[in-house]
Design a protein around this ligand. Structure first.
Ligand code: ADP
Length: 469
């Protein structure tokens, strides 16, 4: 899982926060339970001092001290119940003192005696030499005949400590399980909540300039993600509009420019051939004619691209033999190649049928051969190959010309891209030939690849899907 993803961070925060809250609650529970249990024990000890004072010591005169001592022992059985009891007279003599308890858990002699003044309603926590803690409540009691006694009741905090230890262990054992449940639950919740984000991302990845009519999925949940996808869809619609407008503009502009350019060309041709004009003027007209011809070619190419963008390549769809198309086109282009003493070898062994717009695919072969002739020096070789391979029809145009730099190769199909601006400008090219090839191939569901080795030549490969039957 990516630690920088929202999903991971949300789960981490959620788990961390809930674990923190749990630990805090456990600590609070632990502390309040300790306070409650200690208070409860303290109350019990205090209640017992009062009980002894009011029921026994209040009548000490009538019953006698030995009776009080024996009754105290009988009622509370301190040795059996691990309790500490001590009744001290005002002069410091002991009326009663419990013995070491049966389990030997503490030594009663370790509990320091209290003066009657210090004993008024106090409760102490004593640390004994064996490490145990005892809670001792004391009461300074005055009988009706003004005799003073200090009554002390004590008990070890052991059971309280044991219970708290047990609780702590259980909580410490349960906490990791709780953390796992929180993390798994959090992951599930966040994953569910972010599923529409993954769907939107996938759909957004699919949308390109060719399918701007597609929209992102909108989950009708009424939440922020629904609002986000609606906003993004509106943005895509606006982009689509802008894109269509610009495409329309290029199409309209190139269409509008064609007629005046044709007229201009005709007029310049007449001027260039007009013998009545002075030679320099005719020459000027001739070079203007070349520029206008170049301009006309660019306008024609732009017009062709805009029609391809509008999806017009699909109108003349039929099945035809690609090998035969390559053969005839190579024959047509041979004249051009011969001028440069370049040979075109067409290697097609059998018919390879594909479906598409034959005229436009002829344009593809013409553009590729034209480039191969343009960028191959005299006496070069061009190979045009057509074959069927792995349920694909493959068309290859390979030359042993100047080649293309590796940095430039990925860009050659971009509009108006020329590897060497000066060289291409001289040859009258505008960098649209391969864009047209790419657009026509995309419209035919074909892939175009280019390989090149600078100084050794280039190879352009087109893979067409074969017809279904
Ligand atoms: P252009 O009309 O300028 O030839 P293209 O779109 O046909 O434009 O080609 C783009 C660029 O790719 C060209 O400027 C050229 O430098 C390079 N290129 C195309 N085909 C070849 C080739 N067969 N050999 C070398 N370079 C080529």
């Amino acid at each position: 899982m990516n630690p920088r993803s929202i999903q991971f961070r949300l789960v981490a925060w959620y788990t961390g926060l809930l674990t923190g809250i749990f630990v805090l609650l456990f600590a609070l529970l632990f502390l309040s339970l300790r306070i409650f249990l200690e208070n409860d024990l303290r109350e019990t000890q205090i209640r017992r001092t009062h009980q002894t004072a009011n029921t026994l010591l209040a009548h000490v005169k009538e019953m006698g001290e030995p009776y009080v001592a024996s009754q105290t022992k009988a009622w509370y059985a301190p040795e059996i119940n691990d309790r500490f009891i001590r009744i001290t007279c005002a002069d410091g003599t002991l009326l009663y003192a419990s013995q070491t308890p049966n389990d030997g858990s503490f030594n009663p002699a370790e509990v320091p005696t209290l003066s009657p003044e210090a004993a008024s309603k106090i409760s102490r926590k004593l640390k004994l030499s064996n490490g145990k803690t005892m809670l001792v409540a004391a009461l300074n009691f005055k009988t009706s005949d003004n005799s003073t006694y200090v009554i002390e009741f004590g008990e070890l905090l052991d059971p309280v400590e044991a219970m708290l230890r047990h609780l702590f262990l259980r909580l410490a054992e349960g906490l990791p399980l709780a953390v796992v449940i929180i993390a798994v639950g959090g992951y599930w919740l966040v994953r569910r909540a972010l599923t529409p984000v993954a769907q939107i991302t996938r759909a957004a990845e699919r949308i390109t300039q060719h399918n701007l009519a597609e929209r992102l999925p909108v989950s009708r949940t009424g939440d922020e993600l629904e609002r986000l996808s609606i906003s993004l869809n509106r943005m895509i619609a606006r982009l689509d509009d802008a894109f269509q407008n610009s495409k329309r503009f290029v199409a309209d502009a190139s269409h509008e420019l064609r007629t005046p350019l044709t007229i201009l060309r005709g007029e310049l041709e007449i001027l260039a051939e007009n013998k009545n004009l002075a030679a320099p003027l005719r020459e000027q007209a001739g070079s203007m004619l070349e520029e206008v011809a170049r301009l006309s070619k660019i306008v024609e190419q732009l017009f062709a691209l805009s029609r391809l963008d509008a999806g017009e390549a699909q109108t003349e769809w039929k099945k035809f033999d690609l090998a035969e198309l390559a053969q005839t086109t190579a024959e047509h282009m041979n004249l051009l190649a011969e001028d440069k003493k370049i040979s075109i070898a067409c290697e097609t062994s059998q018919a390879v049928f594909i479906e598409g717009d034959r005229a436009r695919l002829k344009q593809v072969v013409v553009n590729l051969l034209d480039n191969a002739i343009k960028y191959t020096p005299a006496n070069g070789k061009i190979q045009l190959r057509v074959r069927a391979e792995n349920s694909r029809a493959i068309l290859e145009v390979a030359d042993n010309g100047i080649g293309i730099l590796a940095d430039a190769l990925p860009h050659v199909f971009e509009r108006f891209y020329r590897v060497d601006q000066m060289r291409s400008a001289d040859s009258g090219s505008a960098g649209l030939g391969l864009s047209i090839v790419k657009s026509i191939c995309t419209a035919h569901g074909a892939e175009v690849e280019a390989e090149s080795d600078i100084g050794n030549g280039s190879c352009f490969r087109i893979k067409f899907p074969l017809p279904k039957n």
